[in-house]
Every structure is written in structure tokens, then in C-alpha cells.
Design a protein around this ligand. Structure first.
Ligand SMILES: C[S@@+](CC[C@H](N)C(=O)[O-])C[C@H]1O[C@@H](n2cnc3c(N)ncnc32)[C@H](O)[C@@H]1O
Length: 266
């Protein structure tokens, strides 16, 4: 599989902050050591803090460079594809899931929406997503639109598949996440599949979906993010879950796809 695209570094400011904190901790420990004997606890504390932050940073970088491609394959692999679907990737960033889904289509379309917050993903903008789609030779099946996850500008029952990765945790408070979850279910066609992946609040997402009547709901820990290396780098802290489910089938026929009041970047 061609991987010429660059899907960015998640939370780049946190990644930079962890490097700074790690280097500062070890540097300060060394500085205190040069002052002279004593201060053993201070040195130990600063050194331990430095040692703590550096692998945490490495863990985040490792995810951004390798882990997210595996997570993409796991998320998309949880969907029984017909290959003619209309897919919506909520919070698409630089197009990780949008482009991954487009690769699985022979007809249909993969649409990504985002508000492109630079603090959440390095170099995140619509043009980066489209550039990645071109690099993967999938631009013909990809559209990206500026839209907030909480106010999806689509008619109800527009998409066969809804996916989202590491987006819902950005919405606060809980009511905002529930609003987004409600919107995701609204634009999903009857019988359509969804996979929502994140590292926190997935239990809330599951119960919000359950209360809205989602079908065939499951919340499972990500297999691709559970390796010994990921666990080691994250000190066992970060646990990624994917919530899969479907919009219950109804007698209503699906409403055709329509984009409304959005800027379309193609
Ligand atoms: C960590 S990035 C993940 C991007 C992409 N899903 C991926 O896996 O590479 C989180 C994304 O959520 C987007 N985001 C944050 N708040 C959003 C909102 N209210 N509506 C839509 N997207 C949002 C950010 O702009 C960013 O692109």
C-alpha cells in the first residue's frame, strides 16, 4: 500500500511540551548535581520527571507516524464494505480515514469534514487533506468540507458509513459530545454502519448512542493500539476504544445525499 501521504502529528503542542519538560527535567537534575552533594531527592525527582516525559512524547510520535495507519486499517476493517458507499469522516484532519475509505470504494464517495484546528493536528487544513488524496491517487473519490462535528450540514440519512477518529474528546462539555453523536446518527442511513474511535469518553459515546436507539452496538479496545510497545511508551495509560454500531433499519427509504451551505474544497 502506498503511504506517500503525510497524516500529521496529533496534538503537536503537547508533543513539543513533553520534549521541553523531559529535557528540562534531566537538564535541571544535572544542574542541581553540579551544585554539589546533597539534594538527592530533588535530583531524583527532576530526573524521574524528565524520564517520564520523554517516552510519553515518543509514544505520541510513534502513534502519529506508525500507530495511526494501523488504527485506520482496524477502524475501516470493522465495516462490511459493499464498495459503493457514501462515507463521512467526522474530524477528518489531513484525511486519514477519508482517504483510507476512498481506497475501498469502486463507486460512491468519501467525504471529510473538519474545522481544522492546528493545535489538534500539525499542518491540518483542507488542502493538506486534498494533497494527501492526490498523493494516494484517490482525489477523484474524496471531498472535504469545512463543518463542525456538532452541526453536520447534511440532510438526515445521507451516508452509508460514518467514521471518526480522535475527534469527540475535543468537544466539551459532555453535552457537546452528545450533540455530535446525535448528529452522526442523524445523517447515517437506516442500516448504515459507524465506527467512532477515541481514547477517552468512549463509554459516554456508547451510552449516548444506546439512548438514541443505535443498533448492534459494541465498544471494544483497539487491538492495533494494544501492543507491548504502545503500552510501554504510554505507561499503560492510553487505551483506545472503538465504538461500532448501526442506525436501525426503518421503513423510510434513504434520503439522497445533499450538501447544504458548506464550502466545498475539491
Ligand atoms: C487528533 S486530530 C484527528 C484527525 C483525524 N481524524 C486523524 O485521525 O488523523 C482531531 C481533529 O478533530 C478536529 N476537530 C476538533 N474539533 C472539531 C469540531 N468541533 N468539529 C470538527 N472537527 C473538529 C480537529 O480540527 C482535528 O483535525
Amino acid at each position: 500500500m502506498e503511504e506517500a501521504a503525510d497524516y500529521g502529528i496529533d496534538s503537536p503542542t503537547i508533543v513539543a511540551g513533553l520534549l521541553l519538560a523531559g529535557v528540562a527535567g534531566i537538564g535541571l537534575a544535572a544542574a542541581v548535581l553540579t551544585i554539589g552533594p546533597g539534594h538527592a531527592w530533588v535530583i531524583l525527582f527532576l530526573f524521574a520527571a524528565g524520564i517520564y516525559f520523554l517516552p510519553a512524547r515518543a509514544g505520541m510520535l510513534f502513534y502519529s507516524k506508525a500507530g495511526k495507519l494501523r488504527l485506520r486499517d482496524e477502524i475501516l476493517g470493522a465495516i462490511p464494505w459493499r464498495h459503493d458507499e457514501w462515507v463521512l469522516d467526522v474530524g477528518c484532519g489531513r484525511g486519514l480515514l477519508t482517504i483510507g475509505a476512498a481506497r475501498l470504494l469502486t463507486t460512491g464517495r468519501a467525504v471529510g469534514v473538519d474545522v481544522w484546528k492546528p493545535a489538534d493536528l500539525s499542518g491540518s487544513c483542507p488542502h493538506a487533506a486534498l494533497e494527501n488524496a492526490r498523493a494516494e491517487r484517490l482525489a477523484a473519490r474524496v471531498s472535504v468540507l469545512g463543518a463542525d462535528a456538532r452541526v453536520l450540514p447534511f440532510r438526515g440519512a445521507s451516508f452509508d458509513v460514518m467514521v471518526s477518529n480522535f475527534v469527540l474528546h475535543n468537544l466539551n462539555p459532555r453535552a457537546e459530545r452528545e450533540k455530535a453523536v446525535g448528529g452522526i446518527l442523524r445523517v447515517l442511513k437506516p442500516g448504515g454502519r459507524m465506527v467512532l474511535s477515541d481514547f477517552i469518553f468512549t463509554d459516554e459515546v456508547e451510552s449516548a448512542l444506546r439512548s438514541l436507539g443505535a443498533d448492534d452496538l459494541r465498544r471494544v479496545r483497539s487491538e492495533s493500539q494494544s501492543s507491548w510497545l504502545t503500552t510501554l511508551l504510554n505507561f499503560g495509560k492510553v487505551r483506545v476504544f472503538r465504538v461500532t454500531g448501526a442506525e436501525p433499519r426503518s421503513e423510510d427509504s434513504a434520503v439522497p445525499f445533499e450538501e447544504r451551505g458548506t464550502s466545498v474544497f475539491t
